[in-house]
Every structure is written in structure tokens, then in C-alpha cells.
Design a protein around this ligand. Structure first.
Ligand SMILES: [Zn+2]
Length: 280
């Protein structure tokens, strides 16, 4: 099993106080979001490979340096695959990205347009996309909503990535959280583009929405483009696996359509890193 979506960070070092306050408010209780290696690895014990990244987004108060992620993954290199982070609104972003890939040996890129406040179609992203396409680096984009009040929802819409995919057909992309709650918009984008995938991280705990997303994916025949992710520390690995296995529980014996057992098994068994062109 592989997990394409987990985070490593120290909230006291890497988040602004206002950002921590908003995270607490979103759950209704104080969250300890700092990721520590031992409990993290225990949570990830079911997975052979785990993609790990931080987040860089000045606008909403996240800044996890790439060397922090590189050091974190170097402590369990047989399992952890580190991705760099990129906030293209910041002047040094391209040099930082090249350093993260070429010196820190990170294997892909995470971007959060909604958090950093940029339109993913903006021409300022072109050098990053070109570099990633030329060097076989996948980009995982946060798509869908968030709790940060200063994050413009408009930049989380999955349809924005359709134009990016048309312009960069060789660029491997993952649209995180299947664009939640704009999941159908996400499904029609991944249907069109061979190199665009979606992850299903952090969806299981809204079981009715999750069920409908999975049924829509089945009806659009795009379940082969869905990758497993958990979004640790927001959602735990074992709960996320169980949540997928139990996706049909909510319909009981109502007679509503079911997500097929084969679809569930295929998502859990998928060699996502290979599909994204990450050579291990
Ligand atoms: Zn995440």
C-alpha cells in the first residue's frame, strides 16, 4: 500500500499564531498538529511508501522549509518519499525549488494555490511547471476548501487545473482531496487528462459526501485515477483505510448503488508513485 498525502512540520516553528488559532477553531478544540517521527511511522505501518511534504504559503501563515522535510524523510528513507513545497508568489521560489530537487533530492512538489493566494493558471507558475515537466516531477496541488479565512476559495476550484493540463500535457498532477466539496468538478478534470490524478485524503470523515464522490467516480469511470492518501496529521492512516473499506456503510440496506469491492481494493493496491513517474 502507498500513501501519497502526509505532512511533516512543527507547528510552533512553521505556523503563524493566527493560523494555529484558526486550525483549533475549525475543530472546536486545540489541535496538536506537530508531526513527530515515531508516532508518525507507527501510524504509517500499513504503507510501504509514504509521500511527505510540508506547506509553503506566506499568505496564510505556513512556512515549512524544504530542508526540514528532507531531514525528516532521511530518518526512514526506505519508506518516506519527500516532496518540496513551492509558493510562487515569493521572490526566491524557483531557486529554492531547484535547490530542494537537485541538492536535497526531494522527488516531487506540493503547491497550495488557495493557501498562497495564486491562480494556478497564472504565468508566474510557468517556470515551475516547465521545470517539473522536464524533470519528471509530479505536483500535488491542494484543491477544494479550507478553514483559513484568508485563503481565496476561487483558487481551490479543480477546473482551474484543466487549462494547466492542456498547456503541460506531460506534467503529472495530483488534485488533493478530490477537490472537496467540488468533487464532480475534479472528476471531470481527471477524466480528460491522462497525467492528472486525484487523491482521496481527508474525505472519509464526511461519509455521505465521500460515498457520493466515490459513486460519481465510478459512474464517470475514473476510479483508476484515484490515489490513496490520508492527510496525516489531520486524518490518521488506519482510520483512512477503514473509512474507504466502509464507504458503503452509510447506505445500509437502502438499495442505493454500492462502490464496488474491486474499486476499493484497486485504490488500496495502486502503485501511485509509479503512475506519477517517481522512480524509487
Ligand atoms: Zn494536506
Amino acid at each position: 500500500m502507498q500513501n501519497v498525502h502526509t505532512h511533516a512540520w512543527d507547528s510552533a516553528l512553521h505556523f503563524q499564531p493566527e493560523t494555529i488559532r484558526e486550525a483549533d477553531l475549525s475543530r472546536g478544540y486545540p489541535l496538536d498538529l506537530t508531526v513527530r517521527l515515531e508516532p508518525f511511522l507507527q501510524d504509517m505501518s500499513a504503507f510501504e511508501k509514504v509521500v511527505v511534504f510540508g506547506l509553503k504559503a506566506r499568505r496564510t501563515g505556513y512556512w515549512v522549509p524544504d530542508d526540514y522535510v528532507a531531514e525528516f524523510v532521511a530518518r526512514a528513507p526506505e519508506k518516506l518519499v519527500g516532496f518540496a513545497c513551492c509558493d510562487p508568489t515569493q521572490p526566491e521560489h524557483f531557486e529554492e525549488l531547484k535547490y530542494a530537487i537537485e541538492h536535497l533530492k526531494l522527488r516531487g512538489v506540493k503547491m497550495g494555490p488557495i493557501y498562497a493566494g495564486f491562480d494556478p493558471r497564472d504565468s508566474m507558475c510557468a517556470p515551475v511547471y516547465r521545470y517539473c515537466q522536464e524533470n519528471g516531477l509530479p505536483i500535488l496541488f491542494h484543491t477544494g476548501t479550507t478553514f483559513n479565512h484568508n485563503a481565496p476559495l476561487n483558487y481551490g476550484r479543480p477546473w482551474l487545473f484543466d487549462e494547466v493540463a492542456i498547456q503541460y500535457p506531460g506534467l503529472h498532477m495530483v488534485l488533493a482531496h478530490c477537490g472537496h466539496p467540488f468533487s464532480e468538478e475534479c472528476l471531470v478534470v481527471i477524466r480528460k487528462h491522462p497525467h492528472v490524478y486525484a487523491d482521496i485524503s481527508a474525505l472519509y470523515y464526511r461519509p455521505w459526501q465521500f460515498y457520493n464522490t466515490m459513486i460519481a467516480a465510478q459512474e464517470y469511470k475514473v476510479t483508476h485515477k484515484l490515489l490513496f492518501g490520508s492527510d496525516y496529521p489531520f486524518a490518521k492512516g488506519p482510520d483512512s483505510i477503514q473509512g474507504l473499506r466502509n464507504v458503503n456503510q452509510i447506505i445500509g440496506s437502502s438499495g442505493l448503488p454500492r462502490v464496488s469491492d474491486q474499486v476499493i481494493a484497486d485504490i488500496l493496491g495502486r502503485d501511485a508513485l509509479n503512475l506519477l513517474g517517481v522512480t524509487l
